[in-house]
Design a protein around this ligand. Sequence first.
Ligand code: CS2
Length: 498
Amino acid sequence: MSSTVGQRPVLGSALLTRLPDAVRRPAYDRRALRIGMAHLGVGAFHRCHQAEFTDDALERRFERWGVVGINIRPPRLGDTLGAQDGLYTRLLRDGDQSEARVIGCMLAVVDSQDGPEPALHTLAAPEIDIVTMTVTEKGYCHQPATGALDATHPDIVHDLAHPAAPRSVPGLIAHALERRMLSHGQPISFVSCDNIPSNGTILGTVVAALAEARGADLSRWIEGNVTFPETMVDRIVPATAPSDLAAVESAYGYRDAAVVVGEPFRQWVIEDRFAGRTPPWALSGATFVDDVTPFELIKMRVLNGAQTSLCYLGVLAGHEYTCDDMTDPVLTGFVGTMLAEESLPGLPPVPGIDPEAYLAQSFARLRNTAIRHRNHQIATDGSRKIVQRILNPIRERLEAGGKAERLTLIVAAWMVYLVSASERFGRRWAVEDPFAAEAELIADRIGRDPAALAEAFLAHGAIFDPALAVRPDFRVPLIRHLDGLLSPDPVAYLRAMA
Ligand code: CS2
C-alpha cells in the first residue's frame, strides 16, 4: 500500500522499489519474510537499534525473523508505522554527514492501548520465539532498591486480582505465558533492551512473582521453557523532531511519519541464554557473552554518567542540547575529570575495552553536532537514572576509602534542577519524573536552605541507599555544592570547582 499526500508519496511497500538511490533499502525479499519475533514498546530507540541489527542479520542470513511491533501505551502505531506497512526511514547523522536507510523487518503492528487482548494474542502465538522489549524502567513495576516486584504498584494490585485482564507489563507477560503453557507449550525468550542494570534478572523476577500467584504449574513451566537474558544496548537516539520528517521529505521526496535519527555508533551485548532459536544478530556485530555486567557498568557510568551530568549542568548554564554542553570548557573539564578520577577507577575490567579509550570515544560521540539531544529529555526520570549512573559509583568509591566530590556535585545539580521546577523557586522549567511531585513539595516547604533540602531528599530510601545517606563524606560536600549551585551564578561556582 502507498498513498499520496499532495505531490509527495507516503512511504509504504509500493514505494520500496522506487526509492531514490541515496536511500538504502532492505536487500532481502521482504515478501518472503515471516514473523518470528515481537517487540513490546515500539519507540525511536527500538527502531534505530534492535530493528537495524535485525535487518543487518536478515541481509546476511535470511531466516524467519520478521517482527510484530506492539504498543500497550501511547503512541498508537496503526496510523504511522501501520499505514506505512511497517516501513520507516532510519537516518544516521554525524556532523554534516547523513545516511538514510529504510528498515524492513517490522511486518505488522498491534495497538493494545484499549485493552490487553491484542497484545496477549500476539505474545501467546506459537510462531513468536523471542520478544524484545523497551518499556522504560517504570514499566517493570519493581522496587529499584531491591529489584523485587512492587506489590503496592496500582497496576500490580489490579493484575494480582484480575490476572486474565492485565494492565502492567509483567502481568501481560505472565498471562501470555500461561496461555502458551495451556495451548502449544512453545519455549520463548524475553530480551529486555531497557537501559537499567540487570534488566533481564529484574524482568524474570517480576514475572516469576506474578506467576507464583497463579500456582506452581506456571512457575515450573516458566523455569523450564522461558529465559530472560541480560543485555547492554547503546546508541544515542534523541526524540524525532518535526524537522527530521521535513528533512526526509525534502531530501528524498517522500513522506514518512516514523523517521528515526541516531548516531553512527551502536553496540549490543547480549547474555547467551535463549530458550529456543536465536536471530543471527552476531552477524550484525552484536556480542554474545556469559556476563553482561562489566559492559553494562562502563556504559552506564561513563557514557550515561556523562550525559546525565552534562544535562543538569547544561540546563543550569543555559544550554539546550548535549552538543552545546560539549562546547563549554567549564562543563567538559569538570565532567571529564570527574569520570577519569572518580568513575573509571571503580570499574571492573571489561573484555576488549580500554576504559580511557572508552571515555575519549564517549566524549567524541557527545560532541556530534548533528545529534540534537535535549538536556531536558535526558533529565526525564532522573530519579531513576541517577542511582546507577552517579549514586552507586559514589557509594562504592567512598566505601573503598576514596573521594567523590565531583560526582556528589552532580547529585546537588540534580536536586537544584528538581526544586527549580517548584512554585517557590519560580517554576523555571517543567520536570518529568516519578519523583517530581514529591520534590516540588519538598521545595515549597523548605525553600532555599541547602542543609534542610539535602536532609529531605536523602530521606528517600528508594533513591538513596540509607548507608550512603548517613555518610558525612557524602552529606557535607553535598550541602556545600547545593549552596554553591543555588547561588545566582552556579556556573561561577562550577568554574571555581573545575
Ligand atoms: C540517555 C540515553 O535519555 C537518556 O537517559 O542517557 O537514552 C542514552 O542516549 C542511551 O542510553 C545511549 O545508548
